[in-house]
Design a protein around this ligand. Structure first.
Ligand code: AMP
Length: 231
């Protein structure tokens, strides 16, 4: 069965997580839960919460764990995630977030199918981030090499395609440093639990998607074989 999956996608900024998560969400028909997109939407809505998140985001700093964990907890409790699964993009990013996620998934009896590290070298990530452009309405991702077909308007929704406010050189460097210090150790943590697969993020979006789908389908197949074996 193709539909349904519970996935965590890790990888440094610029690995293409957003692009691939959108495609995976369509493939497995599950919600794409991007904490960055959730924060950007609240900034756009001008809520008090959004104003607070905006301060952190503009500086390329992480939003405090307790705020992010609360946002994810609320989202995972919605019906679509409960029934079909989810793709977590940009969460967890710290050991505290990973621990909180573990606890949430155990409480909700929603075991992960797989955690994926989308792997890319830092130099290439920097180049991709400098070229990245996003739709300010639906968050679709483009780049100066892969432009929308009509004059920086989104091919999906017609929204304006712009450079992200936190894609400045200074904020990018801060985010990559935080990734190395706080998020990269999670890769070893998931690996030690036998829950991690590493996928090469270099190649066309289609080629990377094919690699991801093969790895996820294999993990789902092994899961369902072991469930059948146990019953
Ligand atoms: P992203 O779109 O994933 O690059 O996230 C954009 C910004 O949102 C980050 O630079 C952080 O300021 C904030 N953010 C997103 N996800 C998290 C998270 N899991 N923990 C802390 N801050 C986050």
């Amino acid at each position: 069965m193709v539909q349904g999956a519970r996935l965590v996608i890790l990888g440094r900024q610029g690995a293409g997580k957003g692009t691939q998560c959108m495609r995976l969400a369509r493939h497995y028909v599950v919600p794409h839960i991007s904490t960055g997109d959730i924060f950007r939407a609240s900034v756009k809505a001008g809520s008090e919460f959004g104003l607070k998140a905006d301060e952190y985001m503009r500086a390329g700093r992480l939003v405090p764990d307790e705020i992010v964990v609360g946002v994810v907890r609320e989202r995972l409790c919605l019906r679509d995630a409960q029934l079909r699964g989810f793709i977590l993009d940009g969460f967890p990013r710290t050991a505290a977030q990973a621990g909180a996620l573990d606890q949430m998934l155990e409480e909700e009896r929603m075991p992960l199918d797989l955690t994926i590290d989308l792997e890319i070298e830092e130099e290439q990530a920097l180049r991709r981030l400098a070229a990245r452009r996003v739709c300010s309405t639906c968050a679709s991702i483009y780049s100066t090499d892969r432009r929308p077909s009509i004059d920086w308007t989104c091919d999906n929704c017609g929204g304006e395609v712009v450079q992200r406010q936190d894609d400045t050189e200074e904020a990018i460097r801060k985010r990559l440093a935080d990734y190395n210090e706080l998020t990269k150790p999670l890769i070893a943590w998931y690996e030690a639990r036998g829950q991690l697969t590493t996928i090469d993020a270099v190649g066309t979006p289609e080629a990377v998607l094919d690699r991801l789908v093969s790895a996820i389908d294999e993990a789902k197949r092994v899961d369902s074989d072991s469930t059948r074996g146990a019953s």
